[in-house]
Design a binder for this molecule. Structure first.
Ligand SMILES: Nc1nc2c(ncn2[C@@H]2O[C@H](COP(=O)(O)OP(=O)(O)OP(=O)(O)O)[C@@H](O)[C@H]2O)c(=O)[nH]1
Ligand SMILES: [Mg+2]
Length: 436
């Protein structure tokens, strides 16, 4: 049984849409929804969320349809959860625990697993009272049945032991995560030094981010019609244009409405990949009826992780599955709101992907410099280098060598240094001419 509350200023349709999504989340988590209840309120009831009278009704309904759990569409406080469980006489869960559960099922890397566990423990800790016995059983016989065995001090209750154990675990997880983050930072710094530009795929879960990454880079990331298929950041390099300009594309966890704060907190270092990007490719499922609300939700999370100032390119995906007029209308509305023209693509058919590459090439701040050089014939390798690592704008030949005008990266400039007509390193780096 799923339960939503309709507060003032929210339409029934919006509550229904959010419940549809909760149903999809539960489906992904492996549960089946039998029925739903919507309760109108001016504000959530402090003790029971839906109001005391409604709890009795809910209990009868739950018994009637034979549901073995009630899932609320918003995060419940630990006290509300307890009170509701007593009133409904079934297990009471909320959207947060469902999302945490899916993340736990899907995490594969050690970092991903540690992040999810950290978020789960943060959720569990204040709720320990109700779950204390279950946790003790989980911990095995030692602590649970132990008479003075293990770390149990005199007069200490089971609850205190559990709390202490969880806090120790949280400390360890945080330490591990700091280690992973250091590795990530080192890699990011290497990329920065090598002058490669980074574009990050962001967007609502199931929008088609991994599909686009696979299409553009020939990667082989798991694509599935389920929520949160991707939890680990994948980084792929691909050639953007003929000039051999490389771009790094990152794929990461998708967003969802009411994403638990603890989870955003725990995943911050993974999500920071987007913060450090030169450009965000914000992928939207244009065939989804809630596409616009999803764009808003994604922007909220971006703000939460401090990525709101990174340049953004909207990419309307799955247009093969959507009605053309609907896509056009959506593109126009988003265009007016965001002041940028969304790209219209399909990862499935490949439509619009050339435009996407072009837009990427255009919007990524190039770290290249325009140079003009006179390269003697015996250094033909340098001319070849300019072709390989840059774009040659003009190439002429005279008796002594090749006259070259080219856009190249900084390393290539250094190699060409002896033959440059003007030495760009004689000036401040900020003054370097940049093509953009
Ligand atoms: N019709 C159609 N389906 C698509 C397109 N792109 C992706 N899909 C489907 O949409 C579903 C989700 O695709 P993913 O690439 O896994 O989406 P994602 O954004 O990476 O999702 P998460 O990792 O769960 O956040 C899959 O069933 C894809 O086959 C498209 O252009 N057209
Ligand atoms: Mg994915």
């Amino acid at each position: 049984m799923i339960v939503g509350v309709q507060l003032p200023g929210v339409t029934v349709a919006e509550v229904e849409a959010s419940l549809d999504e909760l149903e999809a989340l539960l489906d992904t988590a492996g549960a089946e929804v039998l029925d739903r209840v919507i309760q109108r309120r001016d504000a959530p009831h402090a003790a029971t969320y839906i109001g005391r009278g409604k709890v009795g009704e809910l209990r009868d309904l739950v018994a009637e349809v034979g549901a073995d759990a009630v899932v609320f569409d918003d995060e419940l406080s630990p006290a509300q959860q307890r009170t509701l469980e007593e009133g409904v006489r079934q297990k009471v869960l909320d959207r947060t625990i469902v999302i945490l559960d899916i993340f736990a099922q899907h995490a594969t890397s050690r970092e991903g697993k540690a992040q999810v566990e950290l978020a789960q423990l943060g959720y569990l800790l204040p709720r320990l009272r109700g779950w204390g016995t279950a946790l003790s059983r989980q911990a095995g016989g030692r602590a649970a049945g132990g008479v003075g065995i293990g770390g149990r001090g005199p007069g200490e209750t089971q609850l205190e032991v559990d709390r202490r154990r969880i806090n120790r675990r949280i400390t360890k997880l945080k330490r591990d995560l700091e280690g992973y983050e250091r590795i990530r930072r080192t890699k990011a710094a290497e990329r920065e030094r090598s002058g490669v530009e980074v574009a990050a795929l962001v967007g609502y879960t199931n929008a088609g981010k991994s599909s686009l990454l696979n299409r553009l880079t020939g990667a082989d990331v798991l694509v599935e019609d389920r929520l949160f298929a991707t939890l680990d950041a994948t980084v792929r390099r691909f050639e953007l244009d003929e000039g051999g300009r490389d771009v790094v594309l990152t794929d990461t966890v998708g967003f969802v409405r009411k994403l638990p704060h603890g989870l955003v907190e725990a995943f911050k270092s993974t999500l920071e990949e987007s913060m450090d990007a030169d450009l965000l490719l914000h992928v939207v499922d244009a065939s989804h009826p809630e596409a616009e609300a999803q764009v808003v939700a994604v922007r909220e999370v971006l703000e939460e992780i401090g990525a709101q100032d990174v340049p953004e390119q909207l990419v309307l995906n799955k247009v093969d599955a959507a009605d053309r007029a609907t896509v056009d209308a959506l593109a126009r509305r988003l265009h007016t709101q965001a002041g940028q023209e969304p790209l219209v693509v399909s990862a499935a058919t490949g439509e619009g992907l050339e435009d996407l590459r072009e837009r990427l090439a255009h919007r990524l701040p190039s770290r290249r410099l325009r140079v003009s050089a006179h390269v003697p014939y015996e250094r033909g390798d340098l001319v070849a280098l300019a072709h390989r690592r840059g774009t040659v704008v003009k190439e002429t030949h005279d008796e002594t060598g090749t006259e070259l005008i080219a856009d190249v990266d900084e390393d290539a400039v250094l190699e060409l240094r002896d033959y440059l007509d003007v030495d760009p390193f004689a000036r401040e780096p900020e003054e370097w001419e940049r093509d953009s």
